[in-house]
Write a protein that binds this ligand. Sequence first.
Ligand code: G3H
Ligand code: 13P
Ligand code: ZN
Length: 320
Amino acid sequence: MPLTHTKELFARALKGKYALGAFNVNNMELLQAIVEACEEEKAPVMLQISKGAREYANPVYLKKLIEAAISLSNIPVAVHLDHGDSFELCKDCIDEGFTSVMIDASHEPFEKNVAICRKVVEYAHAHDAVVEGELGCLIGAQFDDGEEGGSFSKEGRYTNPEQAVEFVKLSGVDSLAVAIGNSHGAYKFKGEQHLDLERLKAIKQAFQDAGLGDYPLVLHGASSVPKSLVDEINKYGGKLTDAAGVPEGDIEVARRLGCAKVNIDTDLRLAMTAAIRKVFAENPREFDPRKYLGPARAKVKELVQHKVRNVLCCAGHAFD
Ligand code: G3H
Ligand code: 13P
Ligand code: ZN
């Protein structure tokens, strides 16, 4: 099946009330695991590539690997740039055939963020691609000082519903990544693990009230950091102390509230690491990469199948 346009996947996800998994790809084994898992589960999927992934694997290798994966599968697949940090990078990816790019200027003041996004949107829309913007800071709830708090107050860092609507109207972005206590990596929370789901509801409502309808929101930092994987890594010599992710229940609520795209990278890394550590610990004499990358790929595949089936609920929707 040829590459599917992100716009089409979003429209179907919103209609079907499921979320698309946007899984990060850095190498062949990750790509195979993600696509094979989604193929078996009949799930549409977004493959996302970061600037770091392009630097690690080389854009040409990634493009050719994805072409191979698509030619061997029947499910809808879209390709997206994750956390593009400049107009030039977004342009390069669009020129290479990505149907979707993220421009992340969330660290900039509101007006500058709007201006950078606007520029990318103009280029993307003229070239049949869509753009994801971000408003708010993904610092995670562990630094949360509350509504009125100090330097990390929710009002200063989390996405404000009215501003989100204004941002989308001014920038023209096609989807918006929100900050609701989410953050990247394996150490998302100290103490209670939670997202500000009331805020997410308010953001979604603000779009409805402004006449923008079922506007697609994006949840970054959506790894759950499964305890079983962390325990396995630590059992076989790792030292991931205090790792904590977003409870799967929170992701499910976010999906029902209208997060059409849910970003997962850390959990893939944990699955891969757990499997490799196990092989090395149990077979210290092993040195054939296929003997540890194979189990790593299988473990990632199992994880992705669980996500699309039980958390994102996009399994079975490939051919809607
Ligand atoms: O948001 C970050 C993603 O997990 C990509 O991470 O920049 O290390 O490739 P990376
Ligand atoms: P995690 O680190 O929670 O997997 O988030 C990934 C992400 O948001 C990629 O953009
Ligand atoms: Zn992210």
